[in-house]
Design a protein around this ligand. Structure first.
Ligand code: AHM
Ligand code: MG
Length: 345
């Protein structure tokens, strides 16, 4: 998408630490000629949903008492799982916003169409890494926003099947020791940390840049035997003893994409979930996991590939399509690609 078509949520002045997310988004709107305020309102609705989810995630450790496990709580009531709860919060907040003609979620088999209004499409993973909830490990929400592709009539599935390069906003919330909301509207990447006492996100990480090269890699090495020979050679190389070339890299793997990718974005290095014999198309989902992160990393100077192609250029054919995903520092991702294609052995 050309920059002139992209709604602007980037302030005309350098971002100032302490600015609230609301102010940041508003400054972006003021900088965009003819902005209607809908995009601003949509982003504010997403941040509201994230604050509501944060509040529930923070009491997840009390699950046996309060519920959210999918089982029966101490009062003998059926309780909702946290990922289902997060999904419902996002759906209801976004539906009420009136800005979305189509919503799709990892938790829903089919997309939800709103035939009455909304020029935006939001695709999301409401609670990624949810297998980590039981052990109090960081989890997150991931989203991508597009303009609807069809200009008139009812929205159709094709409105969701757009290549990642047409994203107008992408971001994630990481529910870690604090909740951080990382956002790009195509004008750089900025991180906002939630002050739980005030209930506001404050700009804490302006202009995030992914270092050109890192010192850590993030991959599930338990899948090594199932990987293609190129991916195995990459793993052998990155674990090899070669101090002059900065090897071996350290290994960090949380098993929550949001946590692993966030660390990689800030510190550099590489996150790789390649295809394997068990998941020949990869495990992660293109539309609401890989694309938002690919867009964020490119905006921050990093890179994202499926091994053969730039993630953002892949033309989706299905809502829940899977993809291999390799994101991170430019140099590190290029090295991976060279091993995978056989340019390097
Ligand atoms: P989920 O969407 O069901 O939570 O699965 C996605 C998660 C990612 O957060 C993470 O990167 C990956 O699956 C971990 O997979 P594995 O356990 O195979 O290493
Ligand atoms: Mg997920």
């Amino acid at each position: 998408m050309s920059d002139s078509l992209r709604p602007s949520a980037h302030p005309p002045h350098p971002p100032v630490v302490g600015t609230t997310l609301r102010e940041h988004v508003l400054l972006g709107m003021r900088a965009a000629a003819g902005a209607s305020g809908e995009f601003t309102s949509l982003l504010n609705h997403i941040s509201l949903a994230v604050r509501i989810i944060t509040s529930r995630v923070r009491s997840a450790g009390l699950a046996d008492m309060l519920g959210y496990t999918g089982d029966t709580n101490v009062q003998g009531e059926e309780v909702q799982k946290l990922d289902e709860y997060a999904n419902e919060v996002l759906l209801s907040v976004l539906e009420r916003s009136g800005h979305c003609c189509l919503l799709a979620s990892e938790e829903l088999e089919e997309a939800i169409f709103n035939e009455k209004s909304g020029k935006y499409v939001v695709l999301f993973d409401p609670l990624d890494g949810s297998s980590n909830i039981d052990t109090n490990v960081s989890i997150g929400t991931i989203f991508a926003v597009y303009r609807r592709r069809t200009r008139e009539g009812k929205p159709i599935l094709d409105d969701a099947l757009q290549p990642g390069r047409d994203i107008v906003a992408a971001g994630y919330a990481l529910y870690g020791p604090s909740t951080i909301f990382v956002l790009t509207t195509g004008h750089g990447v900025h991180g906002f940390t939630l002050d739980p006492n005030v209930g506001e996100f404050f700009l804490s990480h302006p202009n995030i840049r992914c270092p050109p090269k890192g010192a850590c890699y993030s991959a599930n090495l338990g899948n090594y035997e199932r990987w293609a020979p190129g991916a195995q050679r990459w793993a052998d190389w990155i674990n090899s003893e070669d101090k002059d070339h900065g090897l071996p890299y350290g290994q960090r793997y949380v098993g929550s994409l949001v946590a692993d990718a966030h660390r990689t974005l800030l510190k550099g290095g590489i996150f790789a979930y390649p295809a394997d014999k068990k998941s020949p198309d990869g495990k992660l989902r293109l539309l609401y996991e890989a694309n938002p992160f690919a867009f964020l990393f490119e905006q921050a100077g990093g890179m994202a590939t499926n091994g053969a192609e730039r993630i953002l250029d892949v033309l989706p054919t299905a809502l829940h399509q899977r993809t291999p995903l390799v994101v991170g520092s430019r140099e590190d991702v290029l090295h991976f690609r060279e091993f995978l294609t056989g340019e390097r052995t």
